[in-house]
Write a protein that binds this ligand. Structure first.
Ligand SMILES: NC(=O)c1ccc[n+]([C@@H]2O[C@H](COP(=O)([O-])OP(=O)(O)OC[C@H]3O[C@@H](n4cnc5c(N)ncnc54)[C@H](OP(=O)(O)O)[C@@H]3O)[C@@H](O)[C@H]2O)c1
Length: 277
């Protein structure tokens, strides 16, 4: 063991990471952490102006961030983004697939039964989470395959292990993200290079724009019965905050996890370990 190397593992100087959905709540927090650890970060989002709120927090004497337009469902915009990133930073070392989400129209409720969920809404959720993970993995993963090294980190979810009620498309899509993570890990290692690793994190419950309609009452801000049930089934008895993801993310991007590929790490305050009894 080289102690010097060990203590430097979270210094990402000279490394470039692209984060899809990087202007979002979780992607944005990860972007700030990586820049703080000296990485060059490309925040890719379909609404780049959203990244403005991050600017003050993207501070580092070494790391730099750029914001690039990209729609994870439009391969041409991703190719263009890859060229912009390469011009700015040179090689690409990491991809974090953080674009994803659910929407009320794909969620059952007293007013909307499973049988009436509109196909457009189901497709929207399915495509965003699954196709929106595969296309960036194709575009940016190709470059890693050409160089023989790189790290891909997907974002799965608790409902990939066991589906949550009310959100059938999101649950199925995230189960697909976990499955694809394992598939791509094997494919990259066997077909291209064992130095290309693919893993995922599965966040528990974090209050963000995409789920607040399910977890809190709009008028009062109080927890909904669903929000209360989640807290009751989380042994650590709270929602996650974006910073809770950072240790696992840095670990999976860094050489500290050099022999780890094809895993999905729950970051959930114990939710997935608890039987409820
Ligand atoms: N929050 C949680 O509790 C939780 C739990 C488990 C997993 N996750 C997953 O974690 C990831 C990040 O979630 P979050 O909570 O940070 O959500 P968020 O704040 O909504 O961030 C998602 C970002 O992706 C962007 N995006 C959406 N569609 C896109 C597209 N086609 N192309 C490029 N960017 C696109 C969004 O932009 P717009 O605002 O313009 O749509 C937003 O900036 C998602 O995959 C989510 O499913 C979240």
């Amino acid at each position: 063991m080289n102690l010097n190397e060990l203590t430097q593992m979270y210094d990402f100087t000279g490394q470039t990471v692209v984060i899809t959905g990087g202007a979002g709540i979780l992607g944005g927090e990860i972007a700030c952490a990586l820049v703080g650890c000296n990485a060059n970060v490309a925040i890719l989002d379909r609404e780049p102006s959203l990244a403005n709120r991050l600017i003050e927090r993207l501070q580092s004497p070494v790391g730099r961030a750029i914001v690039v337009y990209g729609d994870v469902l439009d391969v041409n915009t991703l190719r263009q983004a890859a060229e912009t990133i390469e011009k700015e930073f040179g090689k690409l070392d990491g991809l974090i697939n953080a674009a994803g989400g659910n929407k009320p129209q794909a969620t059952t409720s007293p007013d909307l039964s499973f049988f009436d969920l509109p196909i457009d809404a189901l497709r929207w959720v399915f495509d965003l989470n699954i196709v929106g993970t595969m296309l960036p993995a194709q575009v940016f993963g190709r470059r890693m395959a050409q160089r023989g090294s790189g790290v891909i980190l997907n974002i799965s979810s608790m409902n990939a292990f066991r589906p949550l009620t009310r959100i059938p498309a999101y649950s199925a899509a995230k189960a697909g993200v976990s499955n694809f993570t394992e598939w791509l890990a094997v494919h990259m290692a066997q077909e291209y290079s064992p130095r290309i690793r693919v893993n995922a994190i599965a966040p528990g419950f974090f209050l963000t724009t995409q789920n607040e309609f399910l977890l809190t009452e709009k008028e009062t801000g109080k927890l909904t019965p669903r929000g209360e049930a989640i807290i009751a089934h989380t042994p650590m008895a709270r929602f996650g905050c974006p910073e809770d993801l950072l240790g696992a993310v840095l670990w999976l991007l860094s050489p500290a996890s050099a022999f780890v590929t094809g895993i999905v790490v729950p970051i959930d305050g114990g939710f997935s370990a608890y039987s409820g009894v």
